[in-house]
Ligand binder design. Structure first.
Ligand SMILES: Cc1cc2nc3c(=O)[nH]c(=O)nc-3n(C[C@H](O)[C@H](O)[C@H](O)COP(=O)(O)OP(=O)(O)OC[C@H]3O[C@@H](n4cnc5c(N)ncnc54)[C@H](O)[C@@H]3O)c2cc1C
Length: 194
């Protein structure tokens, strides 16, 4: 039996090119990592429709975040998935490092009487992101397209047209704003010449 959390896989989204009327143009978020999903949840909370384009077929998997700070927990609470997250996390306030049998470091993080949340928790980034995806799936203002990756952007004065590679071929989406949340090797920044 695997000790790792195995995230579910999602089928490739099939959708037609979308050219909604100007007053319903969504914000398109490129990348369903923690930053893209948090942005989408925050916009939807303010009544803004969001479409997320994600190249992968599942949440991130492998060696990524394991320590999440209090501030991220506060953001999770505000964005509506904090309670679900707190069911599976391991809170901690300090740590010890040993060299062989000698303790070389002992630290405690600030934890005051009025702090509601611990300074740090352990949870895998995969599980953190999965809770975000589950929250997004229940939000009628957010559409998340899996296995859809950004191929091109055409910037107009008031809107952007995105070219998207999908399993069915190229699709186009018009957007009022586009959020580049496609991580460290961002194709969006490359396309924007940044
Ligand atoms: C080994 C390691 C350990 C870490 N440990 C910690 C930790 O303990 N605590 C902590 O807070 N942080 C940690 N981090 C940092 C954390 O993983 C990142 O800060 C976080 O993932 C950044 O989120 P993001 O949404 O900006 O980008 P990402 O998580 O990289 O998400 C980008 C998303 O965009 C998608 N994408 C990429 N290209 C395209 C495209 N062309 N079209 C559509 N979608 C696309 C990707 O598939 C991905 O889902 C660690 C990172 C690493 C590598």
């Amino acid at each position: 039996m695997s000790t790792y959390y195995q995230p579910p896989k999602y089928p490739a989204s099939t959708f037609e090119s979308m050219t909604p009327s100007d007053d319903t143009l969504p914000v398109v978020v490129v990348g369903a990592g923690p930053v893209g999903m948090a942005t989408a949840l925050g916009l939807a909370q303010r009544g803004v429709p969001v479409t997320i384009i994600e190249a992968a077929d599942q949440v991130s998997f492998g060696s990524r975040a394991i320590c999440i700070s209090r501030h991220s927990l506060e953001a999770a609470g505000r964005l509506g998935f904090g309670a679900e997250l707190e069911k599976i996390v391991l809170p901690w306030v300090g740590g010890r490092s040993f060299y062989r049998d000698r303790q070389v470091l002992h630290f405690r993080m600030p934890q005051r009487d009025f702090d509601v949340r611990p300074p740090m928790i352990n949870v895998s980034q995969s599980e953190f992101e999965q809770i975000m995806v589950d929250t997004i799936e229940q939000n009628p203002l957010i559409t998340l397209h899996w296995q859809a990756s950004i191929a091109g952007i055409l910037r107009g004065d008031d809107e952007v047209t995105l070219e998207i590679d999908t399993a069915d071929g190229k699709r186009h989406l018009r957007a009022r704003y586009v959020v580049a949340a496609d991580g460290g090797r961002s194709r969006m920044r490359e396309l924007a010449g940044l």
